[in-house]
Design a protein around this ligand. Structure first.
Ligand code: AMP
Ligand code: MG
Length: 352
């Protein structure tokens, strides 16, 4: 299949003519990658099992990993769900359009092929106007996981999508680099207490302002094992991962730098190419190794924005291993560390 790339001239003021071809492809069962405010999504008609099946094939995604259905307006929620629990309504009102995915009991209209066989459906109304207008023009809810090959870092630019999806999908809409850079927060509202299944830019602190109690899926931070099954099936897979083996080093910043310097020396002695994921504050302190700076420690938003692109850069640089600094796990830092732990396959060293 020949993949076309189409540039959106001005994402803030997208014209319908620029989206008509993409909408037609979605409506007729094809695949289109498009920008959202979180990461690039790989879209297909969520109500057409055959179309959503193509997403799994293009990504190499395990078939038990359900897709998020994207809508363009709140009225489009009702047909997808059996009921809208009070807490779901309140969270949607507070954070939609935006980077929050809610899990509802699904209606008959949503095929099991889209929900990975579950009786629930994940729904989100994206904040980016290009995405909402595209969904509106397509006239169907759009199932859209991140537009990367399964297991690779999520794409935050159209070029990342091209690297992974060229030859596998009909069209990539290039709307420039995304804003947030990590995937949506996922909250299950199908049970009694809203439960966080994946941290994202809508933080626990923000959720708690609307829902006084928010439970956290016990499987979230630790290494997934057979005892605790994550409620979001996708969270059990190694994910977001660069090709090289990555190790996180946590502790006081000076100790972390010292530890990483020593590890880098050892690896280089063994003849390996070593990547270091560092920050503005520490970059001058590493005399050896291939440095990539993810932003300033004081600016979590910048770190989230750059994270996946930096992991992909390490792939391009063909490093053998990566040592990475760690970040405090509050606010957006929770989402950042969740993705980094997965990228590292939970390899973590505590520096003393
Ligand atoms: P992605 O769109 O690639 O970021 O992945 C979607 C995430 O949403 C995966 O972790 C899925 O497991 C999760 N998800 C989608 N639908 C459901 C659902 N019905 N219940 C729980 N998790 C879901
Ligand atoms: Mg993904």
């Amino acid at each position: 299949m020949k993949t076309r790339m189409m540039q959106i001239i001005d994402s803030e003021n997208v014209r319908d003519e620029e989206l008509r071809e993409a909408a037609r492809i979605l409506r007729t069962g094809g695949l289109v990658a498009f920008p959202t405010e979180t990461v690039y999504g790989l879209g297909a008609n969520a109500l057409d099992e055959k179309a959503s099946g193509k997403i799994y094939a293009a990504k190499g995604r395990p078939s038990d990993n359900p897709l998020i259905a994207h809508i363009s307006a709140i009225e489009e929620l009702k047909p997808l769900v059996k009921e809208i629990p009070e807490m779901g309504r309140r969270l949607a009102e507070a954070f939609w359009p935006g980077p929050l995915t809610l899990i509802f009991p699904k209606s008959e209209r949503v095929p099991y092929g889209t929900t990975g066989g579950l009786d629930t459906v994940a729904v989100r109304m994206p904040g980016m106007a290009v995405a909402r207008r595209l969904i509106a023009l397509a006239g169907v809810p759009v199932a859209a996981p991140s537009a990367n090959l399964s297991g690779r870092p999520s794409p935050t630019t159209a070029q990342h999508v091209w690297q992974d999806m060229q030859g596998r999908i009909e069209l990539i809409l290039d709307g420039g680099p995304v804003g947030i850079g990590v995937e949506s927060t996922i909250v299950d509202v199908s049970g009694k207490i809203p439960t966080l299944l994946r941290p994202g830019a809508i933080t626990i602190e923000m959720l708690e302002k609307v829902a006084s109690t928010v439970a956290i899926d016990p499987a979230l931070m630790g290494k997934p094992d057979s005892m605790i099954r994550p409620k979001a099936p996708g969270m059990k897979y190694r994910h977001y991962a660069p090709k090289a083996e990555m190790t996180l080093v946590e502790g006081k910043t000076e100790a972390v730098v010292r530890e990483i310097r020593q590890l880098v020396d050892e690896q280089m002695m063994a003849g390996h190419r070593v990547g270091i994921l560092c920050t503005e504050e520490t970059r001058e302190q590493y005399p050896r190794g291939i440095l990539r700076c993810v932003g300033a420690r004081s600016d979590e938003e910048m770190i989230a924005h750059n994270l996946f692109a930096v992991l992909r850069e390490f792939d391009d640089l063909q490093v053998d291993c990566i040592y990475s600094e760690s970040f405090p796990q509050n606010h957006l830092g929770y989402a950042i560390m969740n993705r980094m732990q997965k990228a590292a396959g939970y390899r973590m060293i505590h520096a003393k």
